[in-house]
Design a protein around this ligand. Structure first.
Ligand code: UD1
Length: 418
């Protein structure tokens, strides 16, 4: 049975939202629990399909997983299987992150090549090169990676590109390796900092120095209780919705520094942003100003907000230019936004041109990936009349309590079976 999200748009948004924990932090943290047998209590874990997939994955590999509340989970016990099931890895690219912890614990790992969102080519060469630098042997057979190392050995590793996933993979490998590792040109996303802090809570010795990450490996691990970082992308999505519709919303439980690349852009677009200790009030009364946006690794503008900000800019005054540099094909929202009346086009050099209009009109559209779906929700909230969004399985991977949150800020939205 499939479902659709129906939004009656054109209402300004008012109210407050409590932002859930970050998907992109929860997933690597759950993978990292494989590195120890000790009990780990994770809090502020978002209720999402991808999180369920990762929990199922660690369970398949031998871990005991117990829910301790609506947003918390206890993970304990030893790894008893080092072969990751194909059907789970195919569902979600982040499940490839079990590779390094499995090698550290068992000396061997078999992990299928990953699936995930359809947003361009997403190789894993940087993950594999780094593991080889730490002494693993890597074989590729029948769509699987088979990696072996009796004991990984610390080393200096240089990333040609600051991949988030590869940095997380190698960070976990380095804490399990003997001796010192330095990762050069590593990703600096807030979720990397969260993983490093979590590993340190377990007893690891990781220090971050910008894009250089220092690790003294081979420590004994203990158990811990740890709270997942708030989701900057979910927070940003709701802020951009206000930018598109108008109104004023308090976005609560946010990590202010990690939202700077967005809040500074939104101020340029004329939105009023008031930052509290861990909340942001966003207000908009007039059409936003046009912007130039380029996506880059953190602290650049996040690629995960490229589609959502494009939605807002379809309603801006004048012409905006949005350049995607992180993924090579992340434009599933463009054709759908033009069905809603947006004046938008994308070039083959990954640049989107948008001529802002007074209004969008509701129609039937399809979410093709998580963030394209978020862009359509924003357009639906701002558009006149009824928008029907299908492809909700993508939104369910990334947005916990989406409908509840939309209703909390006064949106006229419902989810129905088709
Ligand atoms: C993570 C996020 C995703 C976000 C992305 C970039 C999670 C679960 N997902 O994805 O939401 O959009 O960061 O901020 O945290 N690449 C290679 N070789 C590799 C690895 C990556 O060429 O070995 C390329 C990819 O094809 C892509 C770019 O690097 O073009 C960025 O990918 P990466 O930073 O690895 O993103 P993910 O970790 O997959």
């Amino acid at each position: 049975m499939s479902e659709k999200l129906i939004i009656q748009g054109g209402k300004s948004l008012e109210g407050s939202i409590d932002v859930p924990g970050a998907k992109n932090s929860a997933l690597p943290l759950i993978a990292a629990t494989l590195i120890t047998d000790k009990s780990i209590h994770l809090k502020n874990v978002p209720g999402l399909k991808d999180v369920k997939t990762m929990l199922q994955m660690v369970q398949e590999l031998g871990k005991r997983v117990e829910s301790t509340g609506s947003n918390s989970v206890r993970i304990s016990g030893a790894v008893s299987n080092n072969e990751a099931p194909m059907e789970l890895v195919r569902k979600m690219r982040a499940s490839f992150l079990v590779l390094a912890p499995l090698i550290c614990r068992t000396g061997k790992a078999e992990v299928p090549l990953p699936g995930g969102c359809n947003i361009g080519t997403r190789p894993v060469d940087l993950h594999l090169e780094g593991l080889k630098d730490l002494g693993a042997t890597i074989e590729q057979r029948d769509g699987k990676i088979i990696a072996r190392a009796d004991k990984l050995q610390g080393s200096d590793i240089f990333f040609d590109y600051p991949s988030v996933g590869a940095t997380e993979q190698l960070l976990m490998a380095a804490v399990g390796a003997r001796g010192r590792t330095r990762l050069y040109n590593g990703a600096q996303e807030p979720e990397i900092r969260d993983l490093a802090e979590f590993l340190n809570e377990l007893g690891a010795n990781v220090s971050l120095d910008g894009s250089i990450i220092n690790v003294e490996g081979g420590q004994e691990f203990n158990g811990t209780t740890y709270e997942v970082l708030p989701d900057r992308i979910a927070a940003g999505t709701y802020m951009l919705a206000v930018g598109a519709t108008g109104g004023s919303v308090n976005v609560e439980s946010v990590d202010i520094p990690s939202l700077k690349p967005l809040t500074l852009k939104l101020k340029k677009a004329g939105l009023k942003i008031v930052e509290g200790d861990n909340s942001i009030r966003i207000e908009k009364t007039e059409r936003p100003e046009n912007l130039e946006v380029i996506t880059l690794p953190y602290p650049g503008f996040p690629t995960d907000l490229q589609a959502p900000i494009t939605s807002m800019l379809t309603l801006a005054k004048g012409k905006s230019v949005i350049k995607e540099t992180v993924f090579d094909s992340r434009f599933g929202h463009v054709a759908e936004l033009s069905k809603m009346g947006a004046d938008i086009s994308v070039t083959n050099s990954s640049t989107v041109f948008v001529e802002g209009k007074n209004s969008l009109r509701g129609t039937e559209v399809e979410a093709t990936d998580i963030r394209a779906g978020a862009a359509l929700v924003i357009a639906g909230l701002a558009g006149e009349g009824k928008t029907e969004i299908t492809g909700l399985k993508h939104l369910d991977r990334g947005y916990s309590k989406l409908l509840e949150h939309l209703q909390e800020i006064g949106a006229n939205a419902e989810r129905v079976d088709t």
